[in-house]
Design a protein around this ligand. Structure first.
Ligand SMILES: [Zn+2]
Length: 366
């Protein structure tokens, strides 16, 4: 049996049902169970077997690149996602199929969601929070979606996001109105209370144990309703007109800048693009990657190469690299996502026009 002498002890049993999954104690017994060869580096992988539940696993089980045929692409895809590349462009450039890029993107999204949950601040909110909705669409312009984000007014840290389906509104021709009625007859209408509910969901997650905090937003009438839905903290709500110039002096600057970054970095949210998201589940996954990059990797000012939002918030004392963020596979069973975000992890966000789409990649979501 070939066994690399350096094969380390496994950190825990990967079986969520095993008692040695979350808190492996000193009495955990496991055995080495041979090795296997793979085409990508490192080539020789040690296998193990849990002495308690019998689950077989390997060194690969604990890497973010588990089961990937092209593991070296994962950090490249991570970087390109911020570089405003469409999935097909990226696939052509890397010499792989678009579905490979899409699969890796989905995996990065889930990983970043877990990363965010594991690292986000847990105490009371320590700065005013800025709330905004970023409107895009999925599948076609008949299906607008809004991504709600909460960003720190001083740190510019992205605290979290949720999304809503919206009904197409605004100026439409007679023909477009007819088409909307036809589509709504077929697939139903989005819930008109979705924004209110989803903003409340988001505020509840980011509020944590806070007794009170300040929330700054534009004058959207659904926001006070969302605030009233919250049972926990007292929120003092400060409203700024959305007509006010969007300069650095605008109280909503932090979130305006984030919206700008979303449009600037992601090809799927450009105006008049063909790279728009076909499903908002995928759009959300890209946003989680962007949020982690923004919070932990990117400097506040590109020119000055200064502190990241996570540093400004005191969560770390340095900027992280993509490789560090992707260093270790994270397990949802160990991290415990808030319920609303669990549905992002398991890809349960439905696109009305693609009823079976949600299951499409879920076998990779283990
Ligand atoms: Zn086990």
């Amino acid at each position: 049996m070939t066994r690399p002498a350096s094969a380390p002890a496994p950190p825990f049993c990967p079986n969520p049902a095993c008692r040695y999954h979350t808190q492996p104690t000193g009495d955990w017994r496991w055995q080495r169970d041979g090795t296997y060869q793979r085409q990508a580096s490192p080539r020789v992988i040690t296998r193990y077997r849990c002495g308690h539940c019998g689950r077989r696993f390997s060194q690969q089980t604990f890497r973010t690149t588990y089961w990937l045929r092209r593991p070296e692409l994962l950090p490249i895809v991570f970087r390109r996602l911020q570089g405003c590349t469409g999935m097909r462009q990226m696939a052509r450039e890397l010499g792989v199929s678009p579905s490979t890029v899409m699969r890796q993107t989905a995996r990065l999204g889930r990983h970043c969601l877990l990363w965010h949950e594991r690292t986000r601040p847990r105490g009371a909110v320590s700065e005013p929070l800025v709330l905004d909705g970023f409107v895009s669409f999925e599948y076609s312009q008949y299906y607008p979606t809004e991504f709600h984000s909460v960003v720190g007014a001083h740190s510019h840290y992205v605290y979290g996001l949720t999304d809503s389906e919206l009904r197409r509104s605004g100026r439409m021709t007679e023909r477009q109105r007819g088409r909307r009625a036809l589509l709504e007859g077929r697939a139903g209408r989005p819930d008109p209370r979705s924004r209110e509910r989803e903003v409340a969901n988001l505020l509840e997650i980011v509020a944590g144990p806070s007794d009170e905090f300040e929330l700054w937003s534009d004058e959207h009438q659904d926001y006070p309703r969302a605030i009233r839905r919250l049972r926990g903290p007292r929120i003092s709500h400060r409203v700024t007109s959305s007509r006010k110039p969007r300069t650095a002096r605008n109280p909503l600057f932090a979130v305006n800048l984030w919206d700008l970054l979303v449009r600037h970095s992601g090809a799927n949210h450009k105006r008049e693009t063909i790279a728009f998201s076909k499903r908002r589940q995928s759009a959300v996954e890209r946003l989680w990657v962007l949020a982690v990059w923004r919070n932990w990797i990117k400097s506040f000012s590109e020119r000055r190469r200064d502190a990241s939002p996570a540093m400004r918030l005191g969560l770390t004392d340095r900027r992280w690299t993509t490789e560090e963020i992707l260093g270790q596979r994270l397990f949802p069973s160990q991290i415990g996502l808030p319920e609303r975000w669990t549905s992002y992890y398991w890809r349960r966000t439905r696109t009305r026009q693609i009823p079976n789409g949600a299951e499409h990649c879920s076998r990779y979501a283990a």
